[in-house]
Design a protein around this ligand. Structure first.
Ligand SMILES: Nc1nc2c(c(=O)[nH]1)N[C@H]1C(S)=C(S)[C@@H](COP(=O)(O)OP(=O)(O)OC[C@H]3O[C@@H](n4cnc5c(N)ncnc54)[C@H](O)[C@@H]3O)O[C@H]1N2
Ligand code: MOO
Length: 462
């Protein structure tokens, strides 16, 4: 039993992040093999045993795409274990997208009092009824008991007076010229009364640990008496945008281009469950990058650009300088093959996204998504496939990620899918995972949902 689990009282069932993870489905099973479960391979070393080929001056081998994702998950599990982050008590207006770290137990009966389900009259005994002068409204003082033959006007949500036999809907009653009330249809005892505790009793478990906080969960939590929920803390992510050629406003000119990643990454990272602590622009200078990385207190640093071997590609040299452990150094995926994942400190990771914008998206979904999903204790989405409408050329050895739109039962590959282009992905519903060698028309192909297209938490760009 953990220290959290051993606590007495109302916190007794709070779990730390690792325990929450154990309760959610955090792997795609065979689809994303855990290298630890299969034994290491040259191309997928574990974080505990770095790939010796990744040392300075030696050649490295890129990691197959599914294994890169599994390594990123594994990095998330190791960081979670090492950090032992305590659950947070999150006010409801900040909790959207978090994962519950304690069960949501009802703090009250719901409804918490017998309440009218309809506008009409609370009646006692058989008709006709004498109607009281003063009605009962929702949120008002406790009404006096009814006596036999008495009725009182009542609003939906108002407290039922003691000794009420039923509520008669306003459309089912009529009054005669003496003011007596009659029913125009049978009155069944208890009708249109919501009895106290109909939905739950105090202490009933409404939602289990591991539940994603959706808008509906926020509503239920509020109804059940919560001001805050106990949840897994958001991972803190910092974005370092590298590149002297980048403009933050206006038209491209004189060889300068607009920074497409600074605006794109923060909301996407939030949709993946992270808190974005800063977006910093870092000039193409190794010392500046070194300073930015070594002074960051984020759980996950994301760099953009500088992953290749050009004259100002400083990411590898700086990682070597700080003694970071390269867990993934290149992935057999197009676009984005220079992406990398490094452990910069026991509980801190760096995801190096290539600078080409669609390559950066590829790195985001290949490395950042699994890492952040584990840190957020979110379950892995169920893998799914659809047939491709058109053939897609494959890379001879690498997986390709190709933007598609979903039309009926088919995925339609989009053009403008080059590594430097966002035109395809901006119109896309998903990315198709095209295996080495390509895919023919009608071939069932795995799809990765994009946060704005899936029905789940993805819609929550909190
Ligand atoms: N000799 C080789 N050169 C390159 C290789 C290679 O294998 N051998 N790989 C290419 C591939 S593939 C990619 S992807 C890129 C990766 O490059 P970097 O991660 O080093 O990125 P940069 O060189 O800094 O930039 C590449 C490209 O992207 C533009 N960029 C960068 N940041 C942004 C941004 N925030 N918004 C918009 N565009 C951005 C940058 O201007 C460059 O055009 O390397 C290839 N080269
Ligand atoms: O891998 Mo690069 O991303 O092809 O452009």
């Amino acid at each position: 039993m953990t220290p959290h689990g051993a606590r007495a009282g109302e916190d007794a069932e709070d779990l730390d992040v690792e325990e929450v993870l154990a309760l959610v489905k955090n792997s795609n099973g065979n689809h994303l093999p855990d290298p630890a479960a299969r034994g290491e391979t040259d191309s997928a070393r574990t974080p505990d045993r770095p790939d010796p080929a990744a040392r300075p001056g030696t050649r490295h081998r890129a990691t197959p795409w599914p294994e890169a994702r599994a390594l990123a998950e594994r990095a998330g599990r190791n960081a979670t274990r090492a950090a032992r982050r305590a659950p947070v008590s999150a006010p409801l207006d900040t909790a959207l997208g978090l994962t519950l770290a304690a069960p949501l137990d009802a703090l009250t009966d719901l409804p918490s009092f017998d309440t009218s389900a309809m506008d009409g009259w609370a009646v006692c005994g058989p008709a006709p009824w004498h109607v009281r002068d003063e009605g009962v409204l929702a949120g008002h003082a406790a009404p006096a008991p009814l006596t036999d033959g008495e009725a009182v006007r009542i609003a939906t949500g108002a407290r039922i007076p003691p000794d009420t036999s039923a509520v008669l809907r306003s459309e089912h009653g009529r009054t005669d010229d003496k003011g007596r009330l009659y029913a125009t249809r049978d009155v069944v005892p208890g009708q249109d009364i919501r009895p106290r505790g109909q939905e739950c009793r105090t202490g009933d478990q409404l939602l289990a640990v591991g539940t994603l906080v959706t808008p509906a969960v926020l509503g239920l939590a509020a109804a059940a008496g919560y001001d805050t929920v106990t949840a897994v803390a958001r991972a803190r992510a910092e974005v370092l945008v590298l590149g002297d050629e980048l403009l933050t406003q206006g038209l491209p000119h004189d060889g300068l281009i607009r920074d497409a990643l600074g605006p794109m990454l923060p909301p996407w990272l939030r949709a993946l469950g992270a808190e974005v602590t800063a977006v910093r622009r870092v000039r193409d200078d190794a010392d500046t990058l070194h300073e930015a990385i070594t002074t960051s207190d984020a759980d996950v640093i994301l760099t953009t650009g500088g992953t290749a071997a050009g004259p100002v590609d400083h990411v590898h040299p700086v990682l070597r300088r700080i003694g970071a452990e390269l867990l993934v150094d290149g992935v057999n995926v197009r676009p984005g093959h220079p992406m990398l994942l490094a452990r910069t400190a026991e509980t801190q990771h760096l995801v190096g996204l290539p600078g080409n914008p669609l390559a950066a998206v590829s790195g985001l979904l290949t490395l950042a998504e699994p890492l952040l999903r584990i840190l957020a204790a979110r379950p892995a989405p169920d893998p799914y496939t659809m047939p491709l409408r058109d053939a897609v050329h494959g890379h001879p050895h690498d997986t390709r990620l190709v933007p598609v739109v979903l039309r009926g039962d088919e995925a339609v590959p989009l053009h403008y899918n080059g590594p430097a282009m966002l035109r395809g992905i901006a119109a896309a519903d998903a990315l198709a995972v095209v295996p080495p060698g390509g895919a023919r028309p009608g071939q069932e192909t795995e799809l990765l949902d994009l946060p704005w297209a899936s029905g789940g938490i993805g819609v929550c760009f909190t």
